[in-house]
Design a protein around this ligand. Structure first.
Ligand SMILES: C[S@@+](CC[C@H](N)C(=O)[O-])C[C@H]1O[C@@H](n2cnc3c(N)ncnc32)[C@H](O)[C@@H]1O
Length: 242
């Protein structure tokens, strides 16, 4: 009996070891490929997830930034297209909405079509960090503070006198021309920031970029560590088998 149990146990141990080894080797790549699958048509992950600006805040942002019919307005990360659609509908201006997420682009295009504004509004699937802003008169933002900072070199390419408006988030190192604080029963207290180009920079950009790169690279570092850990476990396993 004892003799017949020994090979069975050893088989089970081998099987367990194989499963563990397989899991350790494949897991990091599985995580990475699951992340890849959330993307479509080669787009990379959005830098911030989709949260729409409430419609009454959209109205207020456009009013504060004093949109005119002759303006060309860009919404960077346009979500469902509500900012560009409202701007075109209320002010009759031309507008460009850009989003990296194909689902958001499809939604925006459908909303533009439903509003019959295809003559004024264009929607493009693009990375906002690869966008030339030199033609824009107004840029609207609802991103994150560090993403606003990353956009500074592009915003500086806008024409003198053009305007930037951001819901909720400031731009570290650039003094706003106005900050409007609103308290309402629906959203509590929130802020709208306004800047005019040329931007009034109050800190050297290098200081600000250092702060940005730390927060942005964290995800990549995590993935690298997971793969390195799996490689170390593999090496240890083969060393034990020697
Ligand atoms: C917080 S939502 C704001 C949506 C819209 N602007 C609004 O105010 O309702 C941010 C949007 O930015 C998009 N986004 C994130 N990173 C981006 C990038 N690098 N390039 C283009 N769009 C991006 C997201 O897909 C999302 O739709």
């Amino acid at each position: 009996m004892i003799v017949s149990e020994t090979p069975k146990r050893s088989n089970i141990r081998w099987l367990q070891a194989f499963v563990l080894l397989y899991a350790m080797a494949v897991l990091p790549f599985g995580v990475a490929s699951a992340q890849e699958q959330t993307k479509e048509s080669g787009a990379r992950e959005p830098d911030v997830e989709y949260v729409p600006t409430p419609q009454h805040v959209v109205n207020l942002m456009l009013e504060l930034v004093n949109v005119k019919k002759t303006d060309l307005l860009y919404d960077l990360g346009c979500g469902d297209g509500r900012i560009v659609i409202t701007a075109a509908k209320k002010y009759g201006c031309k507008a460009l909405g850009v989003d990296i997420d194909p689902a958001r682009v499809r939604e925006s295009l459908a909303n533009v079509k439903a509003a019959n504004l295809e003559n004024l509004v264009t929607i493009e699937q693009k990375d906002i960090f690869e966008l030339d802003l030199s033609e824009a008169d107004v840029v609207t933002l609802y991103l994150l503070p560090e993403l606003n900072v990353r956009l500074i070199p592009q915003l500086e390419m806008m024409k003198p006198g053009s305007r930037v408006v951001s819901y909720d988030f400031d731009m570290l190192g650039v003094e706003p021309d106005a900050v409007v604080t609103i308290s309402d029963r629906l959203d509590g207290e929130y802020k709208i920031y306004l800047w005019r180009v040329p931007l009034n920079k109050v800190a050297p950009l290098s200081t600000v970029s250092t702060y940005v790169s730390h927060s942005v690279r964290f995800g990549e570092a995590g993935r690298f560590l997971a793969i390195a850990a799996a490689a170390a476990v593999l090496a240890g396993f083969f060393w034990c088998l020697r």
